[in-house]
Design a protein around this ligand. Structure first.
Ligand code: ADP
Length: 179
């Protein structure tokens, strides 16, 4: 049987990266963040990074063919270790293109106004953290990514966690959701 694969779903600023770091430290998951992989590809100046850049700066989704090829490549290197996907899938089309079944999907639920406050208060803000770009990332989340909630609910794989709590409480709930 293939090693377990789970995905973290949630809007920008929901704390997916914070939770993923702790889960990979404590439970040995290989953490695959598509946002981090794309930023690394951009910094390295690869073709893929250059193609992705203009979409990222607008807060829009990078085209599926670019992302799916990148994720498949990264998954091929994880061997038999359990995998934690952070930032993928971000649309039903991406979920269907993934050549691997997910065991569970954890939704870290945070209201838009909390997202706007959190990102505005970041000290180490990224280029795409400008308020108008965050609004676009939220619009894309609601339009493209949120339909995955129903998609995984119908498969009985969705677990919801209240992401507006402090990070330790979110972590406890995520651990409980994985039991
Ligand atoms: P956040 O979840 O805070 O928006 P990420 O680091 O996950 O931040 O993503 C940053 C940007 O990278 C997104 O706005 C998008 O342009 C691109 N990106 C990341 N993952 C994907 C994906 N699965 N499909 C398409 N684009 C993606």
């Amino acid at each position: 049987m293939a090693a377990p694969a789970i995905a973290l779903l949630g809007p920008p600023g929901s704390g997916k990266g914070t939770q993923a770091t702790r889960l990979s430290d404590e439970l040995g998951f290989v953490w695959l963040s598509t946002g981090d992989l794309l930023r690394e590809a951009r910094a390295a100046g690869s073709d893929l990074g250059q193609r992705a850049g203009e979409y990222m700066d607008r807060g829009d989704l990078v085209p599926d063919d670019v992302i799916v090829e990148m994720v498949d490549g990264a998954l091929a290197d994880t061997g038999d270790r359990p995998v934690l996907l952070d930032g993928f899938p971000r649309s039903v089309a991406q979920a269907e293109a993934l050549g691997r079944d997910l065991d569970a999907v954890i939704l870290i639920d945070v209201p838009d106004e909390v997202v706007m406050e959190r990102i505005a208060g970041r000290q180490d803000g990224r280029a795409d953290d400008k308020p108008e770009t965050v609004r676009e990332r939220l619009r894309v989340y609601h339009d493209e990514t949120e339909p995955l909630v129903g998609h995984y609910e119908r498969q009985g794989k969705l677990r919801r966690v209240d992401g507006a709590q402090d990070p330790d409480a979110v972590h406890d709930d995520v651990r409980a959701a994985l039991q």
